[in-house]
Design a binder for this molecule. Structure first.
Ligand SMILES: [Zn+2]
Length: 213
């Protein structure tokens, strides 16, 4: 019965966006952290991803890759590896231009559901802005920034596209201000792609002037 419901939910994806407020099967996100992040950063990251993706009817269930037994059922999944330190300790007031903040894997043109997010690079890129905030706001802002990079990579996977948007979460490179802003969302075009998109895709980013995603 459970798997039947999941299949129906998956088949209904293209119209989920019109069913406002209706709950659908969550997408499983398997995570592994190089260093265990503080709970407050994790909480902020989860909240930000939900806030960006909920308008498209996409909801997530977070699972630890190491705690997985391989027998869980979900409609769809992605695996995210967080590199470096996902915390706000030891920041210095200097901007480091870091190269790619996150990337998704691609094989023979097929986007795979595997993304990497580089916390060290995100930290280096926005640490000057983070230091201007008090401790609680700083932790929340850093978690939000990481959540935006995660949302960008999941857009490639779940819209199954290497395309970048002209603006919003799907743009090819963020400014530090966009990463720490109170609010940052997808533009309408990419929202439609996520609502109607096939799942499972992958993108590799090459570094350009500003940090690509
Ligand atoms: Zn991208």
């Amino acid at each position: 019965m459970k798997s039947l419901l999941l299949c129906l939910a998956l088949a209904a994806w293209p119209v989920i966006g019109e069913q406002r407020g209706e709950s659908v099967a969550p997408i499983a996100l398997y995570t592994q952290f190089q260093q265990e992040p503080p709970p407050a950063v994790v909480e902020s990251l989860h909240e930000e991803l939900e806030s960006i993706m909920a308008p498209m009817g996409l909801h997530f269930e977070w699972r630890s890759l190491s705690g997985s037994h391989g027998n869980e059922v979900s409609a769809e999944l992605a695996v995210i590896t967080f590199k470096g330190r996902c915390d706000t300790a030891g920041l210095v007031s200097r901007r480091v231009n870091p190269g790619a903040l996150g990337w998704t894997h691609i094989s023979d043109g097929v986007i795979l559901p595997f993304s990497d997010v580089d916390c060290d690079r995100i930290r280096g890129f926005i640490q000057k802005e983070l230091l201007a905030l008090d401790h609680l706001d700083r932790v929340a802002a850093f978690g939000r920034a990481v959540g935006r990079v995660v949302a960008h990579e999941l857009y490639h996977i779940f819209a199954n596209t290497q395309h970048h948007g002209a603006d919003g979460v799907a743009k090819a490179a963020y400014t530090a201000q966009e990463l720490v802003a109170d609010d940052f969302q997808f533009e309408e075009k990419e929202m439609l792609a996520l609502r109607g998109g096939k799942v499972h895709a992958l993108v590799e980013h090459t570094a350009t002037g500003t940090p690509p995603l």
